[in-house]
Ligand binder design. Sequence first.
Ligand SMILES: C[S@@+](CC[C@H](N)C(=O)[O-])C[C@H]1O[C@@H](n2cnc3c(N)ncnc32)[C@H](O)[C@@H]1O
Length: 288
Amino acid sequence: MLHSNVNDMDITNIIALSNRPKVFEKGSHQMWTDPYISKNLLEIHLNPEINLASRKPDSIQASLDWILDFNSDSQLNILDLGCGPGLYAEELVKRGHKVTGIDFSENSIRYAKEQVKIKKNQINYICQNYLEIEYENLFDIIILIYTDFCILLPEEQELLLAKIKKALKPGGVFAFDFNNDRNLDQKVGAKNWEAVEQGFWSPKPYLCLSEPFHYPEKKVLLFQHTVIQENKTPKVYRFWTHYFSMSDMEKLLDRNGFKILESSDKVLPEGDCWLGNNISFVIAGSKE
Ligand SMILES: C[S@@+](CC[C@H](N)C(=O)[O-])C[C@H]1O[C@@H](n2cnc3c(N)ncnc32)[C@H](O)[C@@H]1O
């Protein structure tokens, strides 16, 4: 039966929530650490047929091949920041390296630790915000994969680079990927919505309004999802996502004491605007 009046919906508030936010304004809720959403995310990470949350196995192999091509020594000490359920970490130990994985999703780290027991490998997983790491002179390679550098606010990018610089051994490298400025129109995408009994955002009925915003002056995109439920304050999830040209990245790294040692736009297989040459990979080392 269709209801013609929607008394429960505060339309004025929803209109206000749909206005273009100020640049870098935070949403009301966090996606990665939400207990319900992180269970859905884990399933998505582990689904080898899709490139969401983690990339497909062929891309994981190709990324590690490219990174390890730079340093083919055996038994490297590697730190995986934002390791998720450990898909890269597991492959790295199979290739003979020592790995520490850090992620603030309790659900992903719980799963990853269970895998350590099942597979009897030695990966050291830690549930922590990687912006709070305090290592010194310890790692040969630090990786941050799936363009996660791009979701950090500018001051967080600088903080993380300083922490990484301190954590690397002399001659150690930071290997990561980022969204470049190719195919921006496709990357911005279009508004859409879903109304479902249960879904990704909640086990209870909801309407989700998804809207992208582009802030070209800051070279940042915002993907905003507003989840509206009966008798509840709407939840707003915001994903600020930077894009960089290679020369932007070079300057940012330079300001923070790094230089680019190797770069490529050909690591990932071709696909949508989040694959192939739309994503750049960099290996950066200390300038000194
Ligand atoms: C897009 S997923 C990528 C996971 C993994 N790198 C991969 O490609 O399979 C991003 C991961 O980073 C984690 N993450 C995001 N921000 C973080 C932070 N500040 N500290 C620790 N983990 C973080 C999330 O929980 C999530 O597991």
